[in-house]
Design a binder for this molecule. Structure first.
Ligand code: ITT
Length: 206
């Protein structure tokens, strides 16, 4: 069912995510406006799950604007670190001072341990609308960590993540390759594009 008809707020303050979310929405010809353009504050992410935090961000933007809002909560989960940094992925980078330092913080405890170092990215996408229940979908991509980091494309932890079945890291892929949406509608590559396929089926197609 087509649940979004008018303007849609993209409720993120992360420029890398904003670009990817706008690219994923582009074929649907929906007028989008970002949380930054509207001067919306960043709500506190108090939930303990990706889905819970995505809903908090989307609902805060809808409450502030009266418009439907689309939010992403995401992160990198490293098996040998018990799933860390997970929902704290942004906080690790903030505390470490940069993504380079945060990637170093991930590498350090793995040094000397036999690989492969398994990890996955998760993206929870939430759609909030005035007076309606929030819809949340999740996508995941599995792969291996690569040290030292490789590539300057993408954002965040992309340079240390090589998705299964590929030789290059997300940091070495264009955003179209990272989305990896096949023309025949079969499964996309990135966690965000996988979640988006589900979201589009549920919320954007008549
Ligand atoms: P908003 O809450 O404003 O959307 P944020 O950066 O705080 O922005 P999150 O709380 O969801 O967002 O944190 C997600 C973290 O995981 C953030 O540091 C990202 O850089 C990282 N991350 C998420 N998706 C990623 C991707 O596709 N590639 C690389 N890093 C990613």
């Amino acid at each position: 069912m087509k649940l979004v008809k008018d303007r849609l707020v993209i409720a993120t303050h992360n420029p890398g995510k904003l670009r990817e979310m706008a690219e994923l929405l582009a074929p649907y010809e929906i007028e989008v406006v970002s949380a930054g353009e509207l001067g919306l504050p960043e709500p506190e992410e108090t939930a303990t799950t990706f889905s819970g935090n995505a809903a908090i961000k989307a609902e805060a933007a809808t409450a502030a604007t009266g418009l439907p809002a689309f939010a992403d909560d995401s992160g990198l989960c490293v098996a040998a670190l018990g799933g860390a940094p997970g929902i704290y992925s942004a906080r690790w980078a903030k505390d470490a001072g940069s993504f380079e330092a945060a990637m170093g913080r991930i590498a350090e405890p793995l040094t000397g341990r036999p690989g492969p170092h398994r990890a996955h990215f998760v993206s929870a996408l939430a759609l909030a609308r005035p007076g309606a229940a929030t819809i949340v979908v999740e996508g995941r991509v599995d792969g291996e960590l690569v040290f030292p980091p490789r590539g300057t494309l993408g954002f965040g932890y992309d340079p240390i993540f090589r998705p299964d079945g590929h030789d290059r890291t997300f940091g070495e892929m264009s955003s179209q390759e990272k989305h990896g949406i096949p023309a025949d509608g079969s499964r996309a590559l990135s966690h965000r594009a996988r979640a988006f396929q589900e979201f589009a089926r549920t919320c954007l197609v008549d």
